[in-house]
Design a protein around this ligand. Sequence first.
Ligand code: UT7
Length: 331
Amino acid sequence: MDSRRTVSIIGTGAYLPEKVVTNRDLESIVETSDDWIYSRTGMRERRIAAEGQATSDLGAEAARKALADAGIGAEELDLVIVATLSPDMFFPSTACFVQEKIGAKKAYCYDLGAACSGFLYALDTAKNQIASGAVDTALVIGAEKMSAFIDWQDRSTCILFGDGAGAAVLRAGGTGRGVMESVMGSDGSLANLLWTPGGGSRNPISHELVDQRQQYLKMEGREVFKHAVVRMGDAVVQVLEKNGVSADDVKCFIPHQANIRIIDAISKRLGVADRMYTNVEKYANTSSAALAIALDEAVKDGTVQNGDLVALTVFGGGFTWGANLLEWNKP
Ligand code: UT7
């Protein structure tokens, strides 16, 4: 049990770009089919950002909704963390661009890189900053414009991802346990199974690199799938134990939305299929935004209500993974 300050989520928000791209639309871009995509992934459609819309634009929209939901102004924020693997630029941070857009003048701002696990890592980081007394109010955002970093000629990856953003406002205080303890892990020995190899300091941008399409996300899907099932399932078991809670006590399980078959395998292992939240059908895999969007939807549609225990779990490139428990206590 954390003896430091209680930390509560006092507002959530999500933003999905207007443009819907269905599986059928993808049939005209790469050799694929609605049937293949739906049966292998559970995805029907995804949202794609408009031209000129950057990750910080998506993040700022989600942030505005989360702040309105929390009933506070951006000037009250002490800290803004943006989890993303598709930043506006290498630097400055996407968080600084969001700060400017929403007017979070007194906040300090930075990005956090943990690929698809980023929102949970950022939630845990902000929670600990608040619990320790370092700050009082934080905004955590998961935002991605995946469409800018996937290879639209690679059918094994381009069908999987979508754009979007989700946000949560965290504040010291509140009844109940609020944001509880996390478990997190990483395994850098498997980095090459899911990465964007080109464009950074290892392989700087060059005409040759672009010709080889190395600036785009690459994934060994089958391997990633196996690790995702095991790591997310283990993380949930461990986080329940760490917080002294049983799976029966949890009202809603919200996993990273990468593939319905991954989610089904975890549900089966934990015996919680009736309480597993999914929206992968509508938005596909929005990387670090997925968990944040799903949490916002689960709260807004009434699946999660005050007093409920909610288990979150994620898996992504790195590899990175984790789980967290929330006792939902929005004021
Ligand atoms: O967010 C980070 C975490 N990411 C994930 O968790 C993703 C994990 N992986 C997956 O979700 C799945 O592995 C995929 C959906 C990516 C792929 O499903 P799979 O059942 O593992 O298929 P596969 O990669 O083994 O490919 C099966 C076949 C291959 O053909 P052959 O070699 O059997 O003839 C592929 O070439 O399906 C082919 N294929 C496609 N066919 C139609 C691959 N992509 C497509 C496609 N449309 N889009």
